[in-house]
Ligand binder design. Structure first.
Ligand code: DP6
Length: 363
């Protein structure tokens, strides 16, 4: 067992039943996680802004089972998403429970109901796995805390992030705010491949309330799952150089965050987004997730930056939507720019206004 620290103690007395509820936000990576090793270990370190408005709220209801009959069948649970029972969500959650069982053996004593809602529309093209897995991991930790009340806060959040990672890598960066590092980096003390840590160094004021306006270019389901995408980094011709670049970009960002160097920030963040897509475009098989409207928006952002001198920039996930990042002092002008010039490129004119946030919350 590699991560002994997180294995729960044998249960003395289980509680009979209960209910816990957490909300967890989504996050947007500045340095991207793309490529992983066995057991959800990232191939390179990443860093993200935790968001505030795009979030998942999850309630976990649990009842003790009278015998150990669940052991052979796996953990028993139902999923209710936005008021409707969802069989199609079960495999992902079943595999999450299976992966975390070695660390949370008490789960076998219960059956569960997972009741979840997103603050953003499910069909918005925004991945809900980061917020969803993070909220569920936090609920599991609240159950753990009711069984082992001596659990300390530090350990609680660390293990929640550790468990969330086993559900979806980027989810481990959604437990805390507001800037989170996941993956070992030699200049970031306590950084770890198995959980996210809050960025430990100075962050200039300009980055403390950064805005993220998400331009929804394509609200459809992802064409290529990130699991498949990560896998294509095995044997990718440029993999080693890319992983090194992520380390280097994180190093460059340390003084950028400290000094509030937005100019350099823009350069690193956009290069990260384009490298991520360049990796997809040059894998075998290759794929292309940007749409014509993604490129139209990127060009508009570049024009706007040139002409207004506002340090607005973009980043991308593994999809066509554009996250437009900028300091809050330019909010009014940028939102005018969105309405006048960008909304035409968004599916049904839809976009989401978000900003950097403080992390998860127990409800
Ligand atoms: C492009 O966390 O969705 O958003 O670990 O397979 O669930 P799995 O992948 P996931 O990958 C996210 C990739 C990314 C970049 C990032 O968030 O760092």
């Amino acid at each position: 067992m590699p991560d002994k620290e997180f294995v729960s103690a044998p249960l003395k007395n289980a509680v009979e039943s209960g209910s816990v509820c957490w909300e967890a936000p989504s996050n947007i990576a500045l340095v991207k996680y793309w490529g992983k090793k066995e057991n959800q270990i990232p191939a390179n370190p990443s860093i993200s802004f935790t968001l505030k408005n795009c979030k998942t709220t999850t309630r976990l209801n649990y009842v003790k089972v009278s015998d150990n009959s669940t052991t052979s069948r796996g953990i028993e649970f139902d999923v209710i998403f936005e008021g409707v029972k969802k069989e199609s969500f079960k495999p992902k959650i079943a595999s999450f429970f299976k992966r975390i069982l070695p660390y949370c053996s008490y789960l076998e004593e219960f059956k569960f109901e997972v009741v979840s809602d997103n603050s953003f529309p499910h069909s918005s093209g925004i991945a809900s796995s980061a917020s969803g897995m993070s909220a569920l991991a936090l609920c599991v930790m609240s159950l753990e805390k009711s069984l082992f009340p001596e659990t300390e806060d530090d350990f609680f959040y660390k293990k929640a992030s550790f468990l969330a990672r086993l559900g979806s890598g980027s989810a481990c960066r959604s437990v805390r705010g507001d800037l989170v590092v996941w993956g070992q980096h030699q200049e970031i003390p306590l950084s770890s491949d198995t959980y996210g840590v809050q960025y430990p160094f100075k962050i200039a004021d300009v980055f403390k309330d950064y805005q993220d306006t998400i331009l929804l270019v394509d609200k459809g389901k992802k064409q290529v799952s990130s699991t498949v995408g990560h896998d294509l980094m095995h044997g990718h011709a440029f993999a080693a150089a890319r992983f090194q670049q992520a380390h280097d970009h994180l190093s460059v960002l340390i003084p950028v965050f400290e000094k509030g160097d937005v100019k350099q920030f823009v350069k690193i963040v956009e290069r990260e987004a384009l490298t991520l897509h360049a990796m997809m475009m040059s894998s075998d098989p290759y794929f292309l997730l940007m749409k014509p409207n993604t490129l139209a928006i990127i060009n508009k952002i570049w024009e706007k930056r040139e002409e207004s001198k506002i340090p607005v920039c973009f980043t991308l996930d593994a999809g066509a939507n554009v996250h437009m990042l900028y300091p809050s002092q330019f909010k009014e002008e940028i939102l005018e720019f969105v309405k006048n010039e960008l909304v035409v490129y968004c599916e049904n004119g839809h976009y989401i206004c978000d900003e950097i946030g403080k992390g998860s919350k127990k409800l």
